[in-house]
Write a protein that binds this ligand. Sequence first.
Ligand code: FES
Length: 105
Amino acid sequence: AVVTFVAHDGGKHEAGLVEGRSLMQIATDNAVPGIDGDCGGETACGTCHVIVDPQWSGEVGLSGANEEEMLAMNPEREPTSRLSCQMVASKAWDGLIVRTPEFQL
Ligand code: FES
């Protein structure tokens, strides 16, 4: 199962989905540019912001209350924005596409 991270400039980075691992961890394991995960997954830094492809947002779900505080500060926030550290990978996400924003906080 594979997830594709699409950078602001259109560059694509694929990474293998590891069930039970967060999407932020998968991104940093694979050195995906634009995902820093500075706080280690504590919803405290916002450097793991991704924008979920709208066709996937139903499967992946929208942001929870604990993510909103960080996302609200981000000018690149979009309706399907998530903090990838709060997204626990599932096998059902094979083919998932997320965009990384132009700037991380
Ligand atoms: Fe810091 Fe997600 S890694 S908010």
